[in-house]
Design a protein around this ligand. Structure first.
Ligand SMILES: C[S@@+](CC[C@H](N)C(=O)[O-])C[C@H]1O[C@@H](n2cnc3c(N)ncnc32)[C@H](O)[C@@H]1O
Length: 222
């Protein structure tokens, strides 16, 4: 899917229905919060939620005392919804409108969180761009948490084809520089009552230091 088509798809998706009725909606992102805790970070450490949509994850992390939070999404409408929901507290977060595969991070994060975004990258070229961005964005010693539909999960999400992952296939996809150190499953109940099997992966670098190759920012800071 081309960058522009992707943006159009997601702006449409975020214009049609209330957040609480979208299939991926969670009132409490329990598994994400648990895995972020597992990453062993401190409240001042930087966390980025890529493809955050209108997720309440950042809001709940704020409540837990994390104060260096960035929310990124390709859809301006999704970010606007999240900002409206947070009201005044939106000012405590950094907001970036960007396609993650084109994002040029200007700083590093201790935790990279992605629930149901990487799995939309069905082309090897997009996946390799994503991994290059992840490499630039993640601090030395940082951890990534990527959640996708599990191997026995649905084959489509938001009407789009996706790639389902298990620990072995994600390891192979990310390449030798990355290692999955934890996999947890979740049966997500959609607002419509369907069950979707998710796998959450905690990932670290196998190499000690990332190559320092920061680019010019590509993405709109809101
Ligand atoms: C299935 S929703 C998941 C939203 C959120 N992570 C959650 O768990 O509630 C996918 C989200 O990723 C965003 N998205 C999809 N492809 C993206 C991309 N290439 N770059 C940035 N955001 C993307 C969409 O706009 C949407 O908000």
């Amino acid at each position: 899917m081309k960058e522009l088509d992707r943006k159009t798809h997601w702006e449409n998706a975020w214009s049609l229905r209330p957040s609480e009725s979208l299939s991926w909606y969670q009132s409490v992102p329990e598994r994400s919060l648990a895995m972020i805790r597992q990453a062993g970070i401190r409240p001042g450490d930087a966390i980025i939620d890529v493809g955050a949509g209108d997720s309440v994850l950042a809001e709940q992390l704020l409540v837990q005392g994390f104060n260096d939070l960035t929310v990124l999404d390709v859809s301006r409408r999704a970010l606007d919804r999240a900002r409206r929901r947070l009201g005044q507290r939106a000012e405590d977060l950094c907001w970036i409108e960007a396609d993650v595969t084109q994002f040029g991070p200007t700083r590093r994060y201790a935790v990279w969180h992605d629930r149901a975004v990487f799995h939309f990258l069905v082309s090897a070229a997009d996946r390799s761009r994503y991994v290059a961005v992840l490499d630039r964005a993640l601090a030395p010693g940082g951890q990534a948490i990527i959640a996708s539909f599990a191997l026995d999960g649905p084959e489509r999400c938001s009407g789009l084809p996706i790639v389902r992952y298990g620990a072995d296939s994600l390891d192979a996809t990310l390449g030798a520089a990355w290692r999955v150190i934890e996999e947890c499953r979740e049966v997500h109940e959609t607002p419509g009552g369907a069950e979707q099997n998710f796998s959450y992966f905690r990932i670290v670098r196998t190499t000690a230091e990332p190559v320092d190759s920061h680019q010019q920012p590509h993405g709109v800071n809101l």
